[in-house]
Design a protein around this ligand. Structure first.
Ligand code: SF4
Length: 459
């Protein structure tokens, strides 16, 4: 069993780890009580990810006391950062591996079975290797797949630990990415999401600083059988006209842009070392909206960055209102040891002030999200069917090209379209986080040959 804490990059890494373990002879299970090997793929972006990991390890210790043969491995970002600390706090862990050597997980588990606990964390990726070969991945879904195009990050945002745990940017070759997408399409996948910490700078390390992301979008978008191409995340400072043009011109590229704002205050953006001002951000957003009709835009915003004043926060509210987001991930600043921002202790904002600002931001985001959703009522949308709704077993759900969640009621479950089918849905009602609709027509999904889940998400 592989459990994931953290982001989509980690989710996909877990799929790759699961694939490697299956190739090594293990069978996947979702039942913790039955698992002989439990791999926790960790995150260290936020404080509660650490807490949840150590809580989970405590639970596993009780299980391990009952079943001494069980092996526990911890990999990923927190393992990369904390290494020996992890074994000190959780001595029942058999294997610790980092972000640069996840392909070693099966060998390390065998070594630990023979010789006892092993910690192997590399400080840099193997320069000769493809940074993220993933043909062995056990995919979470048979019809949609993540494809890593780049690992690491060359930026130095003051709040972020990623460059320290993932290393510098390393891009996969275009032909390797496109070959993987061809394989996925042949297996029945119709939607791919290209993953990188800063996809807009994809390829700079391959071509002496000429970004290749627009070319990659065009190449992936022309793979036969691929109906939808998504990507995450672009950095606003690196969003180039060529990328916007590719989004506008390649029919498969979805009308959705996740463009992390983080703050609307130029003073805070400078302290965060983000490399853009609010005005520049809004200009690039406007350019994307002019080029791509019906573009949905989502973002990330941090509240309470050290030194954030009420005026700074007012600037953030103003930019968020002007941008008119379809949704936003809003975060309360949490200091990550080892980052510049964590050392700004004399400028931390009082928790009650942060909580108040967080609620005010949420109100502004929900207002614009609801308005953007209400504007879709009466329209007919293409929806990729995901299956029964997680909230209500009487309805099925899917996603539009703008990545909007749509719930559709009606009919017996046996008559519902299969996951992976494309349905045409008329939007009847809107809420801030989803739409309601009725099915007008359904296209059957292709035959799927992608292996399905073993990776359960915990974050
Ligand atoms: S761009 Fe900034 S926030 Fe994103 S991964 Fe790199 S350092 Fe972190």
């Amino acid at each position: 069993m592989v459990r994931t804490f953290g982001c989509q990059m980690n989710e996909h890494d877990s799929e790759r780890i699961a694939g490697l373990l299956v190739a090594d002879g293990l069978e996947p299970t979702d039942d913790l009580e039955q698992a002989d090997v439990v791999v926790l793929n960790t995150c260290c972006i936020r404080e509660n990810a650490d807490n949840r990991l150590y809580g989970h390890l405590g639970h596993l210790k009780a299980l391990r006391d009952r079943r001494p043969g069980m092996q526990i491995a911890v990999g990923g970002c927190l393992a990369q950062k904390d290494r020996d600390e992890l074994r000190r706090r959780a001595p029942h862990v058999d294997v610790v591996f980092g972000t640069h050597n996840l392909s070693r997980a099966p060998a390390l588990l065998r070594q630990a079975a023979a010789e006892g606990p092993v910690v192997e964390v590399l400080d840099a990726p193997d320069p000769a290797g493809d940074p993220a070969p993933s043909p062995a991945a056990v995919r979470d879904l048979p019809y949609a797949a993540w494809v890593t195009i780049q690992t690491g990050c060359d930026n130095s945002c003051a709040f972020c630990i990623v460059p320290q745990v993932r290393g510098p940017e390393a891009s996969r070759r275009v032909d390797a990415v496109v070959a993987e997408v061809h394989e996925l399409a042949a297996a029945g996948v119709t939607e791919v999401t290209l993953l990188g910490q800063n996809v807009n700078s994809y390829g700079r390390d391959l071509t002496r600083r000429r970004p290749l992301f627009a070319e990659l979008l065009r190449a992936v978008g022309s793979v036969e059988g691929i109906r939808r191409v998504r990507f995450t995340s672009p950095h606003p400072k690196d969003l180039r006209p060529e990328t916007i043009a590719a989004m506008a011109e390649v029919p498969a590229v979805c009308e959705h842009l996740h463009l992390p704002l983080q703050s609307g205050s130029d003073r805070v953006l400078a302290a965060m070392r983000r490399g853009y001002r609010a005005e520049r951000y809004l200009e690039r957003l406007a350019a994307a909206r002019r080029a791509v009709p019906d573009l949905a835009v989502t973002t990330d915003v941090i509240v309470g960055f050290p030194g954030e004043t009420e005026d700074d926060f007012a600037d953030t509210l103003a930019v968020v209102a002007e941008a008119g987001y379809d949704s936003a991930y809003t975060f309360i600043f949490s200091p990550r040891p080892g980052t510049r921002a964590a050392a700004m202790t004399d400028r931390f904002v009082a928790p009650e002030v942060v909580a108040d600002r967080f609620e005010r931001l949420r109100t502004v985001v929900e207002r614009s999200a609801l308005a953007r959703h209400q504007a879709r009522v009466g329209r007919v949308e293409e929806v990729l069917v995901e299956g029964p709704s997680a909230r209500d077993e009487q309805v099925w759900s899917g996603r539009t090209r703008q990545n909007k969640l749509v719930h559709v009621a009606g009919g017996a479950p046996a008559e519902w379209p299969r996951p992976g089918a494309y349905a045409t849905v008329e939007v009847l009602r809107a809420a801030p986080h989803f739409l309601h609709g009725r099915a007008v027509a359904v296209t059957a999904p292709p035959r799927h040959r992608v292996r399905i889940p073993v990776a359960a998400s915990a974050g």
